[in-house]
Design a protein around this ligand. Structure first.
Ligand code: NI
Length: 386
């Protein structure tokens, strides 16, 4: 393996990875609808004589490379494969051909990088110190794909897992790696605030859920300011308020919705009870009733110390520039794998022009080949390390 990303370029592999990424980009499929994507990934694996492992999955693919079946450790590399319900506005010649759908989070890039790593590892299959398992995971954007794969047993026998996300604000050639918390937990809530409807001019005859809901929105902000240590962090955002139909009627119900993000499991565990106490207390002060629905999403992404050090060592070895990334309050369902086995999640520099989920989201394809080399080298090193 050469050193320096320049030495890794201008090969046939790069052309192949660009073609793969562009095909995925033109035909994006959203969570649990990745049927053509799954077919294409299977084809690209089979063409390279890489063995596909059968798990009961509607979409998504699991594959393996190893010298001897089931001898030695198993290391997993994970790519997510789903797109978003966004209308692409990049104007690129290979822009999405599917109206209203777009790879606006760069999961096409992740898939191509991990396929590239598989191609490279296939060339050294006989000398690998164990098995590399590739997870092409559906439905990351729903936050449920990883959990489903874990339930289907894809981590059985796996010792460690690595995953990546492209990072628009890091240059090609840079890689963001840090131990500990990297991405936030993602929980959601809905609150029904129930009052008694009445004429807008005769409010005393009813119970106004709009006034009660307004107080709840404000009061919820005290969770972060008064219940979370200044040394920890959390976000409580109310993002939807629905109630009322016209100007002269006080409605009988308002529905609030929102999300809670944090990097600390202890903080995450305390928030629902504080939220419930506040909404019940405020509602009762106004004579209203509340019903809370809680939607627990992925926990925080928390990187294993030892694997992270290995990720850094390998990055330096292949000539990438290692930076310490700022944690992102976005979520990642990679965290579900890390609940089961040690893992390291890595930000890969792609010199993007827009943030994730933007209709103008782009990335620099010169990051594909270094990505493939890096994850191949990382998996091979992790096997030797065991
Ligand atoms: Ni993403």
């Amino acid at each position: 393996m050469g050193t320096g990303i320049e030495a890794l370029r201008s090969t046939e592999l790069e052309a192949k990875l660009i073609a793969i990424r562009r095909q995925l980009h033109q035909y994006p499929e959203v969570a649990y609808e990745e049927f053509e994507t799954t077919r294409a990934i299977r084809k690209w694996l089979e063409e390279a004589d890489i063995r596909i492992v059968d798990f009961p999955l509607q979409t998504g693919v699991v594959a393996e490379i190893g010298a001897n079946n089931n001898s030695g450790p198993i290391i997993a590399l994970r790519a997510d494969i789903d797109a978003l319900p966004i209308q692409e506005e990049t104007g690129l010649p290979y822009a999405s051909k599917i109206p209203g759908k777009m790879h606006a989070c760069g999961h096409d890039f992740h898939t191509a990088v991990i396929l590239g790593a598989a191609y490279l590892l296939k060339q050294q299959e006989k000398t690998l110190a164990g098995t590399v398992r590739f997870l092409f995971q559906p439905a990351e954007e729903k936050g449920t794909g990883a959990r489903q794969l874990v339930e289907r047993g894809v981590l059985e026998g796996v010792h460690a897992i690595f995953g990546l996300h492209n990072k628009p604000d890091l240059e090609v050639g840079a890689i963001g790696i840090k131990p500990g918390p990297l991405m936030a937990s993602v929980d959601g809530f809905e609150i029904d605030v129930e009052g008694i409807g009445t004429h807008a001019a005769i409010p005393h005859a009813g119970v106004d859920p709009i006034v009660a809901a307004s107080q709840i929105v404000t009061a919820l902000q005290s969770i972060v300011s008064r219940n979370v240590s200044p040394l920890d962090n959390a976000v409580v955002s109310v993002t939807t308020i629905h109630g009322g139909t016209t100007w002269n009627v006080i409605p009988d119900k308002v529905v609030l919705g929102g999300t809670i993000r944090t990097f600390q499991e202890e903080v995450r565990a305390r928030i629902p009870e504080r939220l419930r106490a506040i909404i019940e207390g405020v509602a009762s002060a106004y004579g209203a009733n509340v019903h809370l629905r809680w939607f627990a999403g992925p926990p925080p992404v928390h990187n294993d110390e030892k694997l992270t050090q290995l990720s850094i060592d390998v990055a330096k070895k292949v000539g990438l520039q290692v930076v310490t990334p700022e944690p992102s309050a976005a979520g990642e369902d990679f965290a579900y794998y890390q609940l089961k086995i040690p893992g390291s999640f890595i930000f890969f520099g792609t010199s993007g022009t827009e943030e994730w989920h933007h209709p103008g989201f782009t990335l620099d394809e010169r990051a594909l080949l270094p990505g493939a080399h890096y994850f191949a080298e990382l998996a091979a090193s992790a096997l030797k390390d065991r």
